[in-house]
Write a protein that binds this ligand. Structure first.
Ligand SMILES: Nc1ncnc2c1ncn2[C@@H]1O[C@H](COP(=O)(O)OP(=O)(O)OP(=O)(O)O)[C@@H](O)[C@H]1O
Length: 334
């Protein structure tokens, strides 16, 4: 089911939480709403769910104008960061809840719940109560409960936000596989660019209530439309006025850092002198923290272990750097 938001505005007093946002979410996609805290992600998600009203604007689901429909009538599954499970019900009963109140037959409920327990990997935990589950298991139960009623769309607001890094990482992969199996149009709110790049097939970047860019992870990474998008998707350094990514910086002992594939934009960024502040070994990669000799600005380059060994970098060394790639931004905003 395609979701379209057209001309969405939401103000709180003088403050624009959503400022003329229009967004198309393709049927069957897993779209991340990505942005810093306060950028309007949850406001947009809640407007799609019908939990909050827009001041102006329209929400369409599958071509139908649902702007005035109650959340219950939008056929939506919703999972929040802190999921409120029914404490007195087992995992199985929690997942079955939505089907029961819709008065489905016992056998239909049993079949559906068995299937979902399997999908979310909780079959052996089905008789437990929510407080006997780990945080990650609880969120999987929440997803199963949301999916039980075959929603047209699944809306997830930082569903893994409260979990530790390792569990979050596992659940992301699991969500991606689940989505590949179930194909329900899914919108995931996250402030974590790694999470968005990892699981989403489309990313919508929000900043101060405005939509900055929408596209595939590759499109956003390779062709960010402005400096905000580029710096929000990962670490960046500023070399001679251009933003570059740490792994697009070449280091050398001499200023002769010729590039086979140098193009005009790269050549313009030139060779700079820098001193090595610190060398950090991160397995295969080596992170080199540097200080621009001309400006004193610190920045980071990421090189392979092999390159680092060849250069034999030591703290305090004076070296030369240049960008091997400078993304061309559509607009230059800060
Ligand atoms: N009920 C409200 N009353 C006043 N201001 C609100 C209300 N709800 C949200 N806001 C403001 O609107 C802005 C957007 O909030 P929203 O929750 O959509 O941001 P977000 O991008 O989801 O942020 P976070 O990642 O911190 O949850 C914030 O500055 C917030 O303070």
């Amino acid at each position: 089911m395609t979701i379209s938001v057209v001309g969405a505005n939401r103000r709180y007093g003088d403050f624009a939480a959503l400022d003329d946002v229009s967004l198309e979410i393709p049927s069957g996609s897993l779209t991340a709403l990505l942005g810093p805290s306060g950028s309007g992600k949850s406001t947009l998600l809640r407007a799609i769910a019908g939990l909050d009203d827009l001041d102006t604007g329209t929400v369409y689901i599958n071509g139908d104008d649902v702007t005035r429909l109650s959340p219950q009538r939008r056929d939506i599954g919703f999972v929040f960061q802190h999921y409120a499970a029914f404490k007195h019900m087992t995992v199985r009963e929690n997942i079955a809840f939505g089907l029961k109140i819709r008065k489905r037959s016992k056998s239909e409920i049993a079949t559906k719940v068995d299937e979902l327990l399997d999908v979310v990997g909780l079959t052996t935990f089905q008789s437990r109560y929510p407080n006997q589950l780990s945080g990650g298991q609880r969120q999987r139960m929440a997803l199963a409960r949301a999916l039980a009623v075959d929603p047209k769309v699944l809306l997830l607001d930082e569903p893994f936000g409260a979990l530790d890094a390792k569990v979050r990482d596992e659940l992301r992969r699991w969500l991606r596989r689940l989505h590949d199996e179930v194909h329900v149009t899914t919108v995931l709110v996250t402030h974590d660019q790694q999470e968005a790049l990892d699981v989403a097939d489309r990313i919508a970047v929000l900043n101060k209530g405005r939509l900055e860019q929408v596209g595939s992870p590759d499109e956003l990474y390779d062709h960010p439309s402005n400096e905000f998008v580029m710096s929000f998707l990962g670490t960046v350094a500023r070399l001679n006025g251009s933003l570059v990514r740490p792994h697009d910086i070449r280091l050398g002992r001499t200023p002769d850092l010729a590039l086979a594939d140098a193009d005009a934009a790269t050549a313009a960024s030139g060779v700079l002198r820098a001193s090595v502040v610190r060398v950090v070994h991160l397995g295969f990669e080596v992170r080199v923290e540097l200080r621009n000799a001309a400006t004193g600005e610190e920045f980071t380059a990421e090189i392979t272990r092999g390159d680092a060994e060849a250069l034999r970098l030591r703290d305090g060394d004076e070296i030369y750097v240049r960008a091997t790639r400078v993304p061309q931004l559509a607009t230059a905003t800060a």
